[in-house]
Write a new protein. Sequence first.
Length: 264
Amino acid sequence: MQFHRSIFLSDMHLGTRWSRADLILDFLETHHAETVYLVGDIVDNWHPLSSNWKPAHHEVLQRFFDLPRNGTRVVYVPGNHDDFFRNYIGTSFGGIEIKLDVVHQAADGRRYLVTHGDICDVFSLRAPLLARIGSFVERMAIGIDVAQRYVLRKFDQPEWCGLESAINRTNAVIRKYDHFEERLTHLAQSGGYDGIICGHFHQPALHDRFGTVYANCGDWSGSNTAILEDSDGRLELVRAPEKPAFEPAIATDYNKEGELPLAV
């Protein structure tokens, strides 16, 4: 059991077949904190939930509702895939505070803006319909890739990674010219904050290359990462131990490939 001052989690996409609810449950079982921030895209209402909703997804939500009853503060900052909950900004549901964004003051006095990150996603802001179409096409491609890998494994054949490589190369090109990290850190600097903690882009990161701290929680459909704050205010990016999925799931060696899926 590990205890932290704060835990920041994002992009679980519960209700989709690629959500690693099993790893989320394992993580919540072994990591506790005074405050838990849910930094958007926790539930994915861009896709029909009924066909992909599993008991483990419900159990994850139940864990979050249990936390306030046990003395943990839980703050929910909705993202673009669960923007329905932005209709309830300023309210509390089951002890969970719902906020558009929030300022977190760390133990060392530093102040971080906590926001999902889609506010600085030019593609989503200028062409939201295309963003949804792009998300759908990417998920279809991922689904096809998962299915063909599953079939090949069933017949003890080598896995073909061509489709996954094409997806990663396309996302790498988009990221190269997007500069979203710079825009988010500039947003933090313009507000007088010491850094920004976000999600949305499914690219876990923790650095200060642009003059202030940029912390991206990553996601729970590929990188399986979280940002932790310890009692001294130090931030840490951690990755959950991998294990075989309950169902076919992408098994990319991201450290080797150097790429992570892009969320739009």
